[in-house]
Ligand binder design. Structure first.
Ligand code: YOG
Length: 134
């Protein structure tokens, strides 16, 4: 039985978001606003089916997928790119590879103690975020 990431989670720390955004080519004005926001993750996990909402006062982002099934991801409102994305369990880590224009792009989520962790990576930059239950 895999872990259950379901819930509403508030971001409590955000490391190297700037480097990650630079790797994605996000412009200065957008980065300036984006680094101020503290997004909330709303995760719904039903067997192999997931919905992950990233909610903030600035932008919202929604992704839906099934474990092991590649899907077309449009990062609309983020860097506006198209990716072929695939999410799998790497032991208890939910891991996504986002194939596309940007090399080594993806993210991984896991729970440690009462906290939800997220690492987002792109072209050698790693952004580390931590969330607590709302
Ligand atoms: O999460 O894909 O949980 O989708 C990453 C932002 C900033 C927008 C957020 C608003 C990357 C402007 C989504 C932040 C920077 C900056 C709230 C991360 C790009 C643009 C939307 C993500 C996964 C894993 C699920």
């Amino acid at each position: 039985m895999p872990v259950d990431l379901s819930g509403t989670w508030n971001m409590v720390s955000n490391e190297n978001f700037e480097g990650y955004m630079l790797a994605l080519g996000i412009d200065f004005a957008t980065r300036k606003i984006a680094k101020m926001v503290k997004p909330q993750k709303v995760i719904k996990q039903n067997g192999d089916s997931f919905t992950i909402q990233t909610l903030s006062t600035f932008r919202n982002y929604l992704v839906q997928f099934k474990i092991g099934e590649e899907f077309d991801e449009d990062t609309k409102g983020l860097d506006n790119r198209k990716c072929k994305s695939l999410v799998t369990w790497d032991n208890d880590r939910l891991t996504c590879i986002q194939k596309g224009e940007k090399a080594n792009r993806g993210w991984t989520h896991w729970i440690e103690g009462d906290e939800l962790y997220l690492e987002m990576f792109c072209e050698g930059q790693v952004c580390k975020q931590r969330f607590q239950r709302a």
